[in-house]
Design a protein around this ligand. Structure first.
Ligand code: HPA
Ligand code: ZN
Length: 349
C-alpha cells in the first residue's frame, strides 16, 4: 500500500502485549527441550493405546510447525488460553524469561517500537514454583541487554490478575507484590486484569483495584458486553481499557470514553484469531475515530495470532484505508496514553 513506508516508520508504543504471548513456537520447543518438558495438546486426547494414562493426556506436539498449525485455528478466547497456558510450562528460570523478553524486544525494535508496556501473569507461574522475582530478573537482564545494544525501546512491566482463578488468589498475589515493594521500587508499573472474561465482571476486582495506587487497566469488551467496559471504568477507575471493541455497540459508552479520554488498546489480529470479528474490517476503528475515542493498535499475543505490531497496523490500513493525518493521530494518542514519564513522550514523537 502507498502508506506502507509511513506505517513502518511511525514511532510506535505498544500497550497491549503479554510477555507470555510472545513465546514463539521455535523458542517454546527449544525451552521444552532444555527443561525436559513434553508438550501436550490440551484439547486432543491421545488414543488410549498409546497413552500410559489411558487417553487422559493430550496428543504430544512434535514440532513448532505442528503447534503453529493448531494456533491458526482458535475458536474463542478460552480455546486460545488453554494453549497459552501450556506455553507457560516451559518457562522455568530467569534465563528462560531473559530469552523470551530479549526475543520480543529485538522483534519489536524491527517494527520501530519505541516504548513497550508489557503484561505478564504472576499467578500463571507461581504453581510451578516460579516467583515474580525470577520473571523480573530475566526480564530486567533482557532490558539491560537491549539497552546496551542500543535498541532504543523504553519498557514497563505490568502484572495482570487472572480472572479464571479465584478472586482471593488474585488478592493474595497482589498483596505480596505490594508488600515486597515491587511497585514502590518501580520494577512493576500499574495493574492489569485478563484471562477469561465471560461471567467474570470487573466489579469482582473492585477491592483490589481500590488498593492499587498505580495506573489501572482491564481487558474488557473483548468477548464480554459493553456493560463490562462501563463497570471497569466506574468500579475499577481504570485509565485504559484493553480491547474494548464491544464499546461500539453503545453510543453512550463511546461518548463516555471520548469525554474521559480513555485509551482503548485495540488488537485487530487478536480479535480476528479469537473470532471476536469475522474480518479486520469489522473492528470498529472508524466508529472510534468518528466518536473521538482514543485508541492504540497492538499485538496482544503475537506469537499465537500470526502477527506483530506492524502486521496489525498494516491489517488496519488494508481494511480502512486511513489517511496520513489519521495515522499521525493514532501514533500521537498512543504516546500520550502511555504510562512513561512525560520527558520520554517528547523523545518518542
Ligand atoms: N484476553 C484475555 N486474556 C489474555 C489475552 C486476551 O486477549 N491474552 C493473554 N491473556
Ligand atoms: Zn490481552
Amino acid at each position: 500500500s502507498p502508506l506502507h513506508d509511513l506505517l513502518v516508520n511511525l514511532p510506535k508504543c505498544e500497550h497491549h502485549v503479554h510477555l507470555e504471548g510472545t513465546l514463539s513456537p521455535s523458542l517454546l520447543f527449544s525451552l521444552a527441550a532444555k527443561n525436559n518438558i513434553v508438550l501436550r495438546d490440551p484439547s486432543s486426547p491421545a488414543p488410549a493405546t498409546t497413552s500410559p494414562n489411558g487417553g487422559e493426556e493430550g496428543e504430544a506436539f512434535t514440532s513448532p510447525a505442528h503447534l503453529a498449525a493448531r494456533y491458526a485455528n482458535f475458536s474463542s478466547l478460552d480455546d486460545f488460553l488453554a494453549y497459552y497456558y501450556v506455553g507457560f510450562s516451559v518457562l522455568r528460570d530467569a534465563d528462560d524469561f531473559e530469552a523470551l523478553t530479549y526475543e520480543y524486544l529485538v522483534r519489536a525494535a524491527q517494527d520501530n517500537v519505541r516504548h513497550a508496556e508489557v503484561f505478564f501473569d504472576p499467578q500463571g507461574h507461581l504453581p510451578r514454583g516460579v516467583s515474580v522475582e525470577v520473571v523480573m530478573e530475566g526480564f530486567g537482564r533482557a532490558v539491560r541487554r537491549a539497552e546496551a545494544e542500543g535498541l532504543g525501546i523504553s519498557v514497563l512491566l505490568i502484572p495482570c490478575l487472572l480472572r479464571h482463578l479465584p478472586v482471593e488468589h488474585s488478592a493474595q498475589v497482589f498483596d505480596s507484590l505490594v508488600r515486597d515493594g515491587h511497585f514502590a521500587s518501580g520494577a512493576l508499573s500499574g495493574l492489569g486484569l485478563c484471562s477469561t472474561e465471560i461471567d467474570r465482571p470487573p466489579e469482582l476486582y473492585r477491592a483490589i483495584f481500590e488498593r492499587a495506587k498505580e495506573h489501572g487497566t482491564a481487558h474488557a469488551g473483548e468477548e464480554g458486553p459493553p456493560a463490562y467496559i462501563a463497570s471497569a471504568l466506574s468500579e475499577l477507575s481504570v485509565s485504559r481499557i484493553d480491547h474494548g471493541v464491544r464499546a461500539a455497540q453503545s453510543a453512550e459508552l463511546l461518548a463516555l470514553l471520548a469525554a474521559q479520554k480513555i485509551l482503548l488498546t485495540v488488537c485487530p489480529l487478536s480479535n480476528l484469531a479469537l473470532r471476536g470479528v469475522q474480518r479486520v474490517a469489522d473492528v470498529p476503528i472508524r466508529a472510534f475515530i468518528d466518536a473521538g475515542v482514543r485508541f492504540s493498535i497492538n499485538s496482544d499475543d503475537p506469537a499465537y495470532f500470526g502477527g506483530y505490531i506492524l502486521d496489525n497496523y498494516c491489517a488496519v490500513q488494508e481494511a480502512f484505508g486511513l489517511s496520513v493525518g489519521e495515522w499521525e493521530g493514532i501514533a500521537r494518542a498512543a504516546v500520550e496514553g502511555s504510562w512513561c514519564v512525560e520527558g520520554r513522550k517528547g523523545e518518542i514523537l
